[in-house]
Design a protein around this ligand. Structure first.
Ligand code: MG
Ligand code: MG
Length: 273
């Protein structure tokens, strides 16, 4: 069932989405080589709870297989759902950080891929194109369009224009009182296909784009998804309000980008390149 939100509910959900953006901004201020991904998770959980939220991902899923952390942290060839760990970030890594915050009955969901120091130009370009593709999707998140219009726009840009691999097994989704709601929002598809979009739906639009093959493997932890060829993968996501004309992101990359540019340990070339 697809939920249509009231304007009041959307403003409540915007606060949850901006709490995610604030958490990713806080993360961006202290990312550097040598810190463990587990320390990022610990910091983020404290930040979220200090701001009156609950990490949406912690304990998500079936009881015997719940996600054990607040963030999904996926380094280099990891696509999504990576476990925070004792791994220390190093110069040249990219790190995709996916965050959800639950506040006042609504979830926000947003992801951003950061570049640590001297990242290969072809990987920086992957980040830039993947980030831009989120906005290609958001432009199509318009009342009267169909889900396939979002899918097609992302596919045309990332694969059609740049030849990147699009992960198919994982997709965007409706988001609201539940973290994952209908409809699914694939990052590939045909114009005019799928469910019709109505004003005041809220969708998580989240391309997962690979430098090489679109094929993926799952690691033995039962969660982490990696590229089959172990080449880099990027993930950007906005909680998006479906409106007349085009969609509007409820989460924001702007404060994250400002923190990224101010942090001398991060490579923000994918922001301006
Ligand atoms: Mg997410
Ligand atoms: Mg999501």
């Amino acid at each position: 069932m697809i939920h249509i939100k009231s304007l009041e509910e959307i403003e409540i959900q915007r606060k949850s989405a901006l709490a995610v953006s604030a958490t990713l901004t806080e993360v961006a201020t202290f990312l550097k080589p040598g810190i463990t991904t587990l320390s990022i998770d610990t910091m983020a959980e404290t930040f979220i709870r200090d701001h009156g939220g609950v990490p949406s991902f912690k304990g998500y899923g079936p009881k015997n297989h719940a996600f054990p952390f607040s963030l999904c942290i996926s380094v280099n060839e990891a696509v999504v759902h990576g476990f925070p760990s004792s791994y220390e970030l190093k110069d040249g890594d990219i790190v995709s950080i996916d965050c959800g915050v639950y506040m006042n009955g609504f979830h926000g969901d947003s992801a951003y891929t950061f570049a640590i120091g001297n990242v290969a130009p072809e990987v920086l370009k992957l980040l830039k194109v993947t980030k831009e593709s989120v906005y290609k999707g958001i432009e199509q998140a318009a009342d009267g369009n169909r889900v396939g219009d979002i899918s097609y726009a992302i596919e045309q840009y990332t694969n059609g224009q740049y030849g990147y691999g699009i992960v198919r097994e994982l997709v965007g989704h409706g988001v609201g009182r539940n973290l994952h709601e209908d409809p699914n929002v694939p990052n590939y598809g045909r114009r005019g296909d799928g469910k019709r979009l109505k004003e005041n739906m809220v969708l998580a639009i989240e391309p997962m784009i690979n430098l090489g093959t679109r094929n993926i493997d799952q690691l033995e932890d039962g969660w982490t998804i990696v590229t089959a060829d172990r080449k880099a993968s990027a993930h950007f996501e906005h909680t998006t309000w479906v409106r007349k004309g085009k969609g509007e992101p409820l989460s924001s990359f702007e404060p994250i980008e400002a923190a990224e540019r101010a942090n001398g340990e991060l490579n923000s070339a994918h922001y301006t390149a």
